[in-house]
Design a protein around this ligand. Structure first.
Ligand code: UDX
Length: 423
């Protein structure tokens, strides 16, 4: 694979991972951002976000001169054969993805793009965006490609270097093959398809995973009602290789910056194209209901009423391995507890919020508490000294929203253990 000149517009967790990843593959990368502080920080090798392994790779790429950071997209594109757009696509009130940043960047770089360069959109965008961006750029010597990212927060570097697949949506096969060459040294299946198909693959992937999770959570609720063991049922489901064991861990619901946004965006894309995607609608509804089921279990754990009760919450991030609280089910449940009149104290090893009474000691959340609740699956919560935790409490309620505490160990420590579909 030969070294190519690459520009990356946007240095969020997708843009930064993509830029550093491509530099590590041997390309010459220029990353642009509109935030001067961020550009200076990255130039110094300092990280604005936490992603395991990214800081070391950034340092290496800076040392060997394979990456640099500039202010403004216009400065990044001269000499670039490939221009990655890694820009935010926030959700509008109607669920649609707002493309203002994508279109603004495309308009800005259009007159400065090298002839025969390829603009590559990595952001999650509605079907048809590559086509619309092509028209916006308005140059027949520049092609636009969709190359959606499948990076998970907390494992973005791993997902970049070991993707399940690389999807490239290109207007012509030879354009797609030029983009595929960038990833040449990777051992991953490369699928070249149309731009519309690549754009829909991204939504289909996230919506399917969210639907699978909502199914798992609904099975846990049903198991609870019929006295079955949720984890055993889901294990028996996942051993069928057509289903697979992953993404069947029940919990308080799915959150983060992607699933909630992408499922609603897919609904909107379907609606505006004359199709009502009821299955995705149902997955969103089941996810909303999961917040109710967990909140209800907590209320029962403190005698049926939340008012004036003390509740300790372990976990605020939307999942372990990240400090991200965007659309976190933990945050949504804490708000419901507070709205119900409870006094809530929260501990998370990395996530923080000024909105809640937070402590940096996991045992502190138990002080004088009527119940303790686990809402994020941090490994350390499975290793807590349960006797010490119980000794700090007033009540004996333990609600395990992530099935991470051993029920027998909890009972031995004097807790009344509760988890949906687990006894
Ligand atoms: C997701 C997709 O996985 C990734 O491919 C895409 O590029 C971006 O969106 P991310 O949002 O970072 O990644 O988180 P992910 O690890 O997929 O988890 C999403 C949510 O599902 C989290 O709230 C997580 O706690 C929850 N989850 C996941 C479960 O409740 N149970 C599981 O078994 C797995």
């Amino acid at each position: 694979m030969s070294s190519k000149e690459v520009a990356v517009i946007g240095t969020g967790y997708v843009g930064l991972t993509t830029g550093v990843g491509l530099a590590s593959l041997g390309h010459n990368v220029v990353c642009a951002d509109i935030d001067p502080e961020k550009v200076d920080m990255l130039t110094r090798g300092e990280m604005p976000i936490y992603e395991e392994g990214l800081e070391e790779l950034l340092g290496k790429a800076l040392d060997d001169g394979s990456i640099r950071f500039v202010l403004g997209a216009e400065k990044a594109v001269p000499d670039a054969e490939f221009v990655f757009m890694c820009l935010p696509t926030p959700q509008d009130d109607d669920g649609s993805a707002n493309l203002r940043y994508v279109y603004a960047a495309a308009s800005e770089i259009a007159p400065h793009l090298e002839s025969d360069s390829i603009v590559i959109n990595k952001s999650t965008v509605p079907v048809g965006t590559a086509k619309a961006t092509t028209e916006l750029i308005g140059r027949d010597d520049v092609a636009v490609v969709s190359n959606p990212e499948f990076l998970r927060e907390g494992s973005a570097v791993r997902d970049f270097f070991s993707p399940a697949r690389i999807v490239i949506g290109a207007p012509a096969l030879e354009i797609g093959e030029r983009v595929a060459e960038l990833y040449g040294s990777m051992d991953a299946p490369i699928q070249v398809t149309s731009p519309e198909s690549a754009e829909l693959i991204k939504y289909a992937a996230n919506a399917f995973l969210a639907t699978k999770l909502s199914f798992a959570n609904s099975i846990a609720v049903l198991a609870d009602k019929v006295g079955a063991d949720a984890l055993s049922v889901l294990h028996g489901l996942g051993t069928d290789e057509r289903v697979g064991p992953y993404f069947l861990s029940p919990g308080p619901g799915w959150g983060g910056s992607c699933f909630p946004k992408d499922t609603r965006a897919l609904l909107h894309i379907a609606e505006t194209n004359g199709y009502h995607f009821e299955m995705v609608n149902a997955a969103i509804a089941a996810n909303r209901d999961q917040l109710f089921h967990v909140t209800n279990m907590i209320a029962n754990a403190v005698g049926g009423r939340l008012f004036d009760k003390n509740i300790g919450v372990l976990g605020l991030a939307f999942k372990k391995g990240t400090d991200d609280v965007r659309d976190s089910p933990a945050e949504a449940i804490i708000r419901r507890l507070i709205d119900g009149g409870a006094h809530v104290r929260v501990y998370d090893p990395v996530a923080q919020s000024d909105e809640f009474d937070m402590t940096d000691d996991p045992y502190e959340v138990a002080a004088d508490a009527d119940a303790v609740v686990v809402l994020t699956e941090w490994d350390e919560f499975g290793e807590l000294d349960l006797d010490l935790l119980r000794s700090r409490m007033k009540g004996d309620g333990l609600v395990d929203g992530r099935y991470i505490i051993d029920p027998d160990a909890a009972r031995t420590a004097g807790f009344h253990y509760r988890a949906i579909g687990r006894y």
